[in-house]
Design a protein around this ligand. Structure first.
Ligand SMILES: Cc1cc2nc3c(=O)[nH]c(=O)nc-3n(C[C@H](O)[C@H](O)[C@H](O)COP(=O)(O)OP(=O)(O)OC[C@H]3O[C@@H](n4cnc5c(N)ncnc54)[C@H](O)[C@@H]3O)c2cc1C
Length: 378
């Protein structure tokens, strides 16, 4: 059976690795002329790292990434509001969390493809289906066919638009800048992910290897972010934050900063139609507030390979995938949306209440919530 994957992002690459390990004939089609060398970092939480352990990729990520054992949320002056230590979760799942440069992760994944063919410069245009074949056309005029097509083509998925109507992208009314900086931050942040929540703004940073720090900065926008932030001066925008923030921003090469609008995909009732199925951001894009978008894509990638290898009927395999994954993914999407709204409160009374309530929540409860996020149900 031949399985074709549209999209060579984290989701598509992980799916290809998992399927290849199950013995399927797999190929990937990617729109760009090379697999993305994205210039930012990514947090791979304990759920994703459990999958990479099962796929035999854990050790390489651990050696090229940076170990993270605690998540701190503070106010803009670095007064701690909430902390999650991961030690107990690590022990429970025998796995650790890592932050890593996205380009390094992509290289690790590509090197694990084990002969999977990657067709580059192939931008999907449209597809059609018969009962046991999917035929798909690319912008360059070429046409291919396969027994199964997996859409791993991201939040603006062409595959999704071809098989499912009425899906909804929801704008969070927030924008995000991301950067990587070679800078010395205090040793005390060595294994921590820190987020500072201010007034309608947030700044996070984490080490991704011995020499580099990955950071992200978000703020609300009112009507048109392109007008409001086309010439944004980040140092000024975050000038009332701790000096650590200013130090990180000022040392970053400005031309390498990535700027995006934040959005998600309203949870969908189905991810498949006949022999076509969606995974990752194509089916369950979430806002980045829990750092779980790619982690969820990695989980779905693993489960789709499991389902296809244990079910003879393709439709039953896709239904099983949804049964295993949809509930958890929906919870992540909705929780992340709410966390984003709470993190970006913009009025002083709301912020005062939020900060004081957060300080009162027992660590046991926040740690229990995070542990439940990392538990695999398969
Ligand atoms: C600011 C920010 C921070 C984040 N931080 C984290 C984090 O710390 N941890 C985490 O787990 N997640 C994080 N995420 C989410 C994560 O980046 C995504 O969920 C993840 O990259 C999705 O992977 P994917 O492979 O499904 O989609 P994508 O990464 O979007 O990959 C899709 C691929 O398909 C290709 N493609 C698209 N259209 C076509 C086409 N028509 N034909 C052929 N190819 C096509 C694209 O070129 C791309 O290579 C963050 C997201 C943002 C915006």
């Amino acid at each position: 059976m031949k399985i074709s994957i549209i999209g060579g992002g984290i989701g598509g690459l992980t799916t290809a690795i998992a399927l290849k390990q199950k013995g399927f004939e797999v190929e990937i089609f990617e729109q760009y002329k090379e697999i993305k060398k994205a210039g930012s970092g990514i947090n791979l939480a304990i759920n994703a790292m459990q999958i990479y352990k099962r796929l035999g990729i854990y050790d390489e990520i651990a050696s090229l990434g940076s170990y993270t054992n605690a998540l701190f949320i503070s106010d803009e002056k670095f007064n701690i509001l909430s902390e999650i230590k991961l030690l107990k979760t690590e022990q429970e799942f025998k796995t650790k969390a890592f932050a890593i440069h996205r380009a390094v992760l992509h290289t690790i994944l590509v090197n694990k493809l084990d002969g999977v063919k990657i067709h580059l410069n192939k931008k999907l245009k449209s597809l059609s289906q018969t009962n046991n074949e999917v035929i798909f056309d690319f912008e360059d005029g070429t046409t291919y066919s396969s027994n199964i097509l997996i859409g791993a083509d991201g939040i603006h998925s062409v595959v999704r638009k071809s098989i499912i109507d009425n899906t909804e992208l929801r704008m969070a009314k927030q924008v995000c800048w991301r950067g990587i900086v070679k800078t010395a931050i205090s040793n005390k942040y060595e294994t921590e992910l820190n987020e500072l929540w201010g007034k309608g703004k947030r700044f996070g940073f984490v080490k991704i290897n011995k020499n580099e720090v990955y950071w992200y900065a978000l703020t609300n926008y009112k009507i048109d972010y392109k007008v409001e932030f086309s010439n944004a001066n980040l140092e000024e925008l975050f000038s009332n934050f701790s000096p650590v923030v200013k130090q990180i921003i000022s040392k970053t090469e400005k031309r390498n900063i990535i700027f995006n609008e934040m959005m998600d995909l309203k949870p969908m009732s189905s991810w498949h139609h006949k022999n076509v199925c969606l995974i990752g951001d194509a089916s369950h894009a979430t806002t980045p507030n829990l750092g779980q978008g790619a982690c969820q894509a990695i989980e779905t990638a693993f489960v789709i390979a499991e389902c296809l290898s244990t079910e003879n009927n393709i439709n039953l395999a896709f239904e099983k995938l949804e049964k295993i994954r949809k509930k958890n993914v929906k919870k992540v999407i909705n929780t992340s949306w709410i966390v984003g709204k709470i993190a970006h409160l913009n009025n002083r009374i709301g912020i005062f209440l939020r900060n004081n309530i957060m300080k009162l929540i027992p660590k046991k409860i926040t740690e229990k919530q995070s542990t439940s996020l990392y538990k695999l149900n398969y």
